[in-house]
Design a protein around this ligand. Structure first.
Ligand SMILES: [Zn+2]
Length: 446
């Protein structure tokens, strides 16, 4: 252990081989070794004894809308990355829309990187956007280090980010496949949405009926067909409809390169409990019934769903009106995602190892960062969350770090208190106290 500057010791360290008592040696911001619990600490190295608190790899959240620049009153890099750090997240990948400009050209990417550079408390990477008119920008964006491209198949909610029709999807996907890139897709079919009853108003049941499962199922079936035909790699964002799971499983058996994520709100909140007018619960696709939720958990357990990400998509409170049709759709989850998922996971008999696999290892793999992030093992960045998994807290919106303290989790009692978060061997937050931003901007590993 001669090259250690720091040793983190815990009776419960979550490693790829399982949970065990260990001492984790750190030097130069990297994990240098995972050693026996009682390994001798070299002179000159600092020992942090975490007792029985769990040491887990920092979470990698690949679905975050930071909205900066342009809609910084909704969220920004400073506030989003503080909220993330407070919740045990050490890497986020920013979505290309809701900022102005959207990340759809290399110039726009540079603008966003400049804004993020001195505000990031955690590491930040970027997705690019695939629009009807930017096919020529996709390869340059790929070469500039975006992790892949997001497309919508139905209206996105903001005018500057139009959706792709099936021909445009084919065109973008063919281009992205030509350089081995990844397309990530908001999969709801616009024709099924148009055909659904659009009642509007404060009743959650009406909102749910306006975003039916078959809109998701149809869009996913179309995406699978295109991916198969073009031998392209695709990823389904924020899966809510459990009816699509058999399609996805079958596509995998057919050799289609498809991965799938879902979100804490689909796994922990149900349509039955959403009060009328409570648009802090509005997101698209919507939170569905508890029977649907059970099937999402089953799909996580059997591997049909790969990973869990927040889809943190905040707005100002005034846009969260009590009319579900017009209220902003998006749930702010960065700071609470680990606790929310862990609370439900433990109830359903899953271990923290499972949560780490869904929220850190698999998300790091999705974006090709698994050489640096997503596990406690020698050679990876020394990014950690220290968690007291059996302690509870009640969600108080005033304690949240994201800019607009609107939350669907207010008043819930959750298991799992994040005691501290570490980035490249530095403790960046402990007990609500933050260091100055030390996050780095990440690019796709060529
Ligand atoms: Zn999103």
């Amino acid at each position: 252990m001669s090259d250690a500057e720091l040793v983190l010791r815990s009776t419960r360290v979550i490693t790829p081989e399982g949970t065990r008592a260990a001492s984790v040696a750190v030097a130069g911001g990297k994990i240098t070794a995972v050693l026996p619990y009682d390994a001798e600490v070299p002179s000159g190295a600092r020992l942090e004894d975490l007792g029985d608190d769990v040491l887990l790899p920092g979470l990698v959240d690949t679905h975050v809308h930071v909205n900066d620049p342009g809609r910084t009153h909704w969220e920004g890099f400073w506030t989003a990355t503080r909220a993330a750090a407070a919740g045990g997240i050490t890497t986020l990948v920013d979505m290309p829309l809701n900022s102005l400009p959207p990340t759809t050209t290399v110039d726009h990417l540079r603008t966003k990187q400049d804004v993020a550079a001195d505000k990031a408390h955690i590491d930040v990477g970027f997705w690019g956007g695939a629009l009807p008119d930017n096919v020529k920008d996709l390869r340059p964006l790929h070469e500039s280090g975006v992790f892949g491209f997001k497309a919508f198949l139905s209206p996105s909610g903001v005018d500057e980010f139009p959706h792709l029709n099936q021909d445009q999807l084919a065109q973008s996907l063919a281009e992205i496949a030509s350089f081995g890139g990844l397309l990530i897709v908001h999969a709801e079919d616009p024709h099924h949405l148009d055909a659904a009853p659009q009642q509007g108003g404060p009743k959650y049941a009406d909102f749910l009926a306006s975003r039916p499962r078959d809109a998701e199922d149809t869009a996913i079936a179309q995406l699978i067909a295109q991916a198969k035909r073009l031998h392209a790699r695709v990823h389904v964002l924020h899966l809510s409809s459990s009816d699509a799971l058999p399609l996805i499983a079958e596509a995998r058996r057919d050799g289609v390169r498809i991965t799938v994520e879902t979100c804490p709100h689909y796994l922990t909140l149900t349509a039955e409990e959403v009060p009328d007018g409570a648009s802090e619960f509005k997101c698209c696709p919507p939170i569905r019934e508890s029977a649907n939720q059970d099937l999402l958990w089953q799909a996580l357990a059997d591997g049909t769903i790969d990973c869990v990400v927040t889809d943190h998509s905040p707005s100002t409170a005034d846009l969260k009106t009590d009319d579900f049709a017009t209220a902003w759709g998006g749930i702010s989850g960065l700071q609470l995602s680990l606790a929310a998922v862990w609370t439900e996971a433990r109830k359903r008999g899953h271990g923290l190892e499972d949560v780490v696999r869904w929220m850190s290892a698999r998300t790091a793999e999705l974006v090709g960062l698994d050489d640096r992030k997503g596990a406690i093992e020698a050679g990876r960045d020394a990014d950690f969350a220290v968690l007291a998994p059996d302690e509870t807290f009640t969600v108080d919106p005033a304690a949240l770090q994201h800019r607009n303290r609107v939350t669907a989790y207010a008043g819930k009692t959750l298991y799992g208190v994040v005691k501290s978060t570490w980035l490249r061997g530095e403790r960046i937050v402990a007990d609500g106290e933050f260091t100055e931003p030390q996050g780095q901007l990440l690019s796709r590993t060529p």
